[in-house]
Write a protein that binds this ligand. Structure first.
Ligand SMILES: Cc1cc2nc3c(=O)[nH]c(=O)nc-3n(C[C@H](O)[C@H](O)[C@H](O)COP(=O)(O)OP(=O)(O)OC[C@H]3O[C@@H](n4cnc5c(N)ncnc54)[C@H](O)[C@@H]3O)c2cc1C
Length: 402
C-alpha cells in the first residue's frame, strides 16, 4: 500500500463542510481525497447567512475577507408586524465584545464554496475528484475502503484511507449505507423561495437586511443579498402547494407585501420542504459524519450551513491530534460536543423560530412581539438572545463538554 493510501482522509462531498474540512486537514499536513458527485459546484441559492463565529473560523483560512467583499453586513435584524410596522429590532453591536464580527453577513453559500475550491486547487495535499460518486464503504481496524464510480460510466475505483468524513449532505449516501437512523420529522408546509430585484426597502419603512414578518393570515421573510431580495412565502390556507406556485398567485402574494402597480420582476421561484432530523452519533468507527449528513433543520435563523462549518472545525481540530499520536477517543468527543449542540441549540432554535412565525393567532403573535420587544429593551436579555441566535452560546457550551 502506498503512503498516501495509508495516511489520507477521504472526504465525501464538496459542499461547504467537505471543502472546509479538506482545507483544514491539508493545512495540518494530512493528505485528503475529496470526492464530489457533481462535475462542478452548483450555484443554487441555499444558505445566505454567515453568523459571527463562522466568520471568525473562516478567517483562519483567509476566506472571510473575500466573503465580506462579496456580501452585505447586517448589523440589525427584526421580527415585525406588516400592517403596523411594529417590530423587535435585534442589534448585534451589543455583542461587540464577544466577537470580532458583530454582524450577520448576507452572502450566498456558493461564494464560500467557490473561494474554498479555488484555494483547494492550489494545495498539493488535496486530490480533487469531481464527477466521482461514493457507492460503497467498508472499514477495518486500520482504515476505510471507499468504492467510487467514475464520471460518465467510466468504471470504478476503490480508495483506501485512514478515515472517511461523510460530508455528503442531507441525503448522505454514507449515512444510508451505514443504515443510521435519521430521526425527526418533515414539516407539513412548503416554503416558496422567490427572488426579485424589487426595492422593498423603498416601500416598507425601517426594514433591516434580515426581516421575519407576520402578515394577516400568514407570514413571509425578506432577506437581502447584494443584488436582490430573497423572499420566502407560503401557500394560503385555501391553496394547494401547486396552486400557490402559479405565477399569478406569486404576484398576488408579493402584491400583499407591496401593492405595486405592475408585475414584480421575478428571477426565480423555488419550492422546498423543510425537515428536522439528526443522527445520534457522529462517529461510527473510522467514519465521521459532519454537516447536513448528520443534521438538518429549518432555515429559519440561518443556522444549518454554519453548524456544519462548526462541525468541520471541531473535527479538524481533533483529527490532526489523533495523527500526532493522541487517542482516537478524541473523535468520540467530537460527537459528544457537536451532536447535543446541534440537537438543542440549532434544531431547537430553528424549530422555535419557524413555529413563532407560523403562529396564526393574532393575539398570540402580539404577545410574542411584546415579549421580544421586552427582551431587546433589556440589555442583559438582549445580549443573551443575540449570543444564542448568533450561535456563540452553543459553541461555548460545546467547549465545556469533556
Ligand atoms: C433553501 C435553503 C436555504 C438555506 N438557508 C440557510 C441559511 O441561511 N443559513 C444556513 O446556515 N443554512 C441554510 N441552509 C442549509 C445549508 O444550505 C446546508 O446546511 C449546507 O449546504 C450543508 O452543507 P454540507 O456541505 O453539509 O452539504 P451540501 O452543501 O448538501 O453538500 C453535500 C455535497 O455532497 C455531494 N454528494 C452527495 N452524495 C454524494 C456521493 N454519494 N458521492 C460524492 N458526493 C456526494 C453533493 O453533490 C454535494 O455537493 C439552507 C438550505 C436550503 C435548501
Amino acid at each position: 500500500m502506498d503512503e498516501r493510501a495509508r495516511d489520507q482522509v477521504i472526504v465525501a462531498g464538496a459542499g461547504p463542510v467537505g471543502l472546509v474540512t479538506a482545507l483544514r486537514l491539508a493545512r495540518a499536513g494530512i493528505p485528503v481525497t475529496l470526492v464530489e458527485r457533481e462535475a462542478m459546484l452548483g450555484h443554487d441559492l441555499r444558505a445566505s447567512t454567515f453568523h459571527p463565529p463562522t466568520l471568525e473560523m473562516l478567517d483562519e483560512l483567509g476566506l472571510t475577507a473575500p466573503l465580506l467583499a462579496q456580501g452585505l453586513e447586517v448589523p440589525t435584524w427584526q421580527v415585525r408586524k406588516h400592517e403596523t410596522h411594529e417590530k423587535a429590532l435585534f442589534d448585534l453591536s451589543l455583542i461587540a465584545e464577544d466577537t470580532r464580527y458583530p454582524f450577520r453577513l448576507q452572502c450566498e453559500q456558493w461564494k464560500l464554496c467557490e473561494l474554498a475550491l479555488e484555494q483547494a486547487r492550489g494545495v498539493d495535499a488535496i486530490d480533487l475528484k469531481f464527477g466521482w460518486t461514493v457507492e460503497d464503504v467498508e472499514q477495518d481496524d486500520a482504515g476505510v475502503n471507499v468504492r467510487c464510480s467514475a464520471p460518465d460510466g467510466g468504471g470504478e475505483e476503490v480508495l483506501r484511507g485512514r478515515w472517511l468524513v461523510a460530508a455528503d449532505g442531507a441525503r448522505s449516501t454514507v449515512r444510508t449505507l451505514l443504515a443510521l437512523p435519521f430521526e425527526g420529522l418533515t414539516y407539513p408546509e412548503t416554503t416558496i423561495l422567490v427572488t426579485t430585484h424589487f426595492p422593498f426597502e423603498e416601500h416598507l419603512p425601517e426594514l433591516s437586511r434580515v426581516n421575519y414578518v407576520w402578515i394577516k393570515g400568514g407570514t413571509f421573510s425578506l432577506l437581502r443579498l447584494p443584488d436582490l431580495w430573497r423572499c420566502s412565502v407560503y401557500a394560503a390556507a385555501d391553496e394547494t402547494p401547486e396552486q400557490a406556485l402559479e405565477p399569478d398567485r406569486i404576484q398576488a402574494k408579493l402584491r400583499r407585501i407591496v401593492p405595486a402597480q405592475s408585475d414584480f420582476e421575478i428571477l426565480e421561484i423555488r419550492p422546498y420542504r423543510i425537515h428536522q432530523r439528526i443522527v445520534d452519533n457522529y462517529r461510527i468507527g473510522r467514519i465521521l459524519l459532519a454537516g447536513d449528513a448528520a443534521h438538518i433543520n429549518s432555515p429559519s435563523g440561518g443556522m444549518g450551513m454554519n453548524c456544519g462549518v462548526h462541525d468541520a472545525f471541531n473535527l479538524t481540530d481533533k483529527l490532526p491530534r489523533v495523527y500526532a499520536g493522541e487517542s482516537d477517543a478524541l473523535l468520540d468527543l467530537y460527537s459528544r460536543q457537536r451532536q447535543p449542540i446541534a440537537r438543542d441549540e440549532i434544531l431547537g432554535q430553528a424549530h422555535r423560530n419557524r413555529t413563532r412565525m407560523l403562529e396564526p393567532d393574532e393575539e398570540a403573535r402580539l404577545r410574542t412581539l411584546r415579549d421580544l420587544q421586552a427582551t431587546v429593551a433589556d440589555p442583559v436579555r438582549h445580549r443573551e438572545y443575540l449570543l444564542r441566535s448568533s450561535m456563540i452560546t452553543g459553541l461555548r457550551r460545546a467547549a465545556e463538554i469533556q
